[in-house]
Ligand binder design. Structure first.
Ligand code: CP
Ligand code: NVA
Length: 310
């Protein structure tokens, strides 16, 4: 049987995503106040090892996968491209075949999405997308959990995105089509998301509005989201920063959204750029719940990948 790869949210589909969120809520509640390194009572991944392969920097993804595996009773090893043979040109295909003989699952953070597809083609163990230039599905699994935890049901939810049409937005769009929420997107001209993801959301029944008007996108929104203007691997151009400035999430923009709107940011944040300090530090900002939920959501992704969840 071919392994259950998690390259994008659609690999799991809406029913499995709902099951993952429910499982994450239950597991999180069952271990409230426990030391973070203590394993869950059932240790479902006892004896399993996950390789974390990084071709880009990471704090949250690295730590949350490590802690998630410990809590599930398993272990991890970390492979940095720069200090492994990947950095000297060993192919993804050979790396996939070697790691498949040595570990039980592989998480890869890389640039070109084609590389993770190549990894999945050649691996005989599950491959999980820890971010590519195209998408960041683990982040959005955590975001969905966070939104639900804060009392907001997904169907019909109005999510508004500001700034760069990047990998994180792509996964939000994929999630929108699967989980039936709507997305209003305000970006400068030329920085829209990939049309393929917009079509994916619309094909799933989601309403997607693309505009250059930040206030219009925020009006009546339930969730306000942004991300860094310059993603990893992108050129840091003054021209791009200038184009992004009108899309900063600040208190004027938040005042346009619903009074109980929440603010999400995958982090790392550049406070004073894509988000003002008063919004970032406000009660509406739940970015640290969101960061913590990377652990809980990824535990469910791991269980799904190992065939232990629907
Ligand atoms: N949000 C996120 O993926 O953070 P890291 O880059 O620190 O892993
Ligand atoms: N869009 C950002 C997300 C970082 C977690 C990047 O790709 O750098």
């Amino acid at each position: 049987m071919s392994p259950r790869h998690f390259l994008d949210l659609g690999d799991a589909g809406p029913h499995a995503i709902a099951a993952m969120i429910n499982d994450a809520i239950d597991r999180k509640a069952a271990r409230a106040e426990w030391p973070k390194g203590k394993a869950d009572a059932d240790r479902p991944l006892e004896g399993r090892v996950l390789a974390l392969v990084f071709e880009k920097n990471s704090t949250r993804t690295r730590v949350s996968f490590d802690i998630a595996m410990r809590q599930l009773g398993g272990t991890v090893l970390i492979l940095e491209a720069g200090s492994s043979q990947l950095g000297r040109g060993e192919t993804i295909a050979d790396t996939a075949r070697v790691l498949s003989r040595m570990v039980d699952a592989i998480m890869l953070r890389t640039d070109d999405h084609a590389k993770i597809e190549e990894m999945a083609r050649h691996a005989s163990v599950p491959v999980i997308n820890g971010l590519t230039d195209r998408s960041h599905p683990c982040q959005i699994a955590a975001d969905l959990l966070t939104v639900i935890e804060h009392g907001k049901a997904l169907p019909g939810l109005e999510v508004a995105w500001f700034g760069d049409g990047n990998n994180v937005l792509h996964s939000i769009l994929e999630a929108a089509g699967l989980m039936k929420f709507n997305v209003r997107i305000a970006t400068p001209a030329g920085y829209e998301p990939n049309g393929e993801f917009v079509e994916m959301a619309r094909a799933g029944g989601s309403t997607v509005i693309l505009s250059q008007d930040a206030a219009a996108a925020a009006r009546g929104a339930d969730v306000i989201v942004t991300d860094t203007w310059i993603s990893m691997g992108q050129a840091d151009a003054d021209e791009k920063r200038a184009a992004m400035e009108p899309y900063q999430v600040n208190s004027d923009l938040m005042a346009t959204a619903k009074p109980d709107a929440i603010f999400l940011h995958c982090l790392p944040a550049h406070v004073g750029e894509e988000v003002s300090e008063d919004v970032f530090e406000s009660g509406q900002s739940i970015v640290f719940d969101e960061a913590e939920n990377r652990i809980h959501a990824q535990k469910s992704i791991l269980l799904w990948s190992f065939g232990l969840l629907a």
